[in-house]
Design a protein. Sequence first.
Length: 171
Amino acid sequence: MPADDVERLVQTCDLSTRIGRRDHAILLLLARLELRATEIIALCLDDIDWRAGEILVRGKGCFHDRLPLPRDVGAALAAYLRRDRQGPTRRVFVRVIGRPVPFTDGQAVNYVLRRALERTGVRMPAKWVGSHVFRHSLATTMIRRGASLRESVTFSITGAPTLRLSTRSRT
């Protein structure tokens, strides 16, 4: 997916609504940090280190990555958390309509993406590839901007491109 289309998707959210602010934060996590849907639903309040400007991502294979928290992502998360997020759970993302329970699987994130695609008319490169399309888009963008194929493949496998800092630890 071209970078311009990714930006169009991020901009489709109605920031005057609770759902729009939540979905905007989710789409920014997908677009800026290329997180997997399962990594987004696993985010807990304690995973965000506001002072250090970092976010702890619980990835595949019990790996944890500390990633820098871009300003726009941090601002979107803060807006959602301060104004809209409710409930006793420590998970960041919860349902906005009905009881505020945490998302239970990655399909909730894919649903957010599907609605953004419908609003923009952007077509997916395949019939349906879900939120993973953002990871593939970054790898393609990296190559177009001069990264080696090796750097791009490393990103595709680990989710940690050499262009961003990542401290990977296994728990």
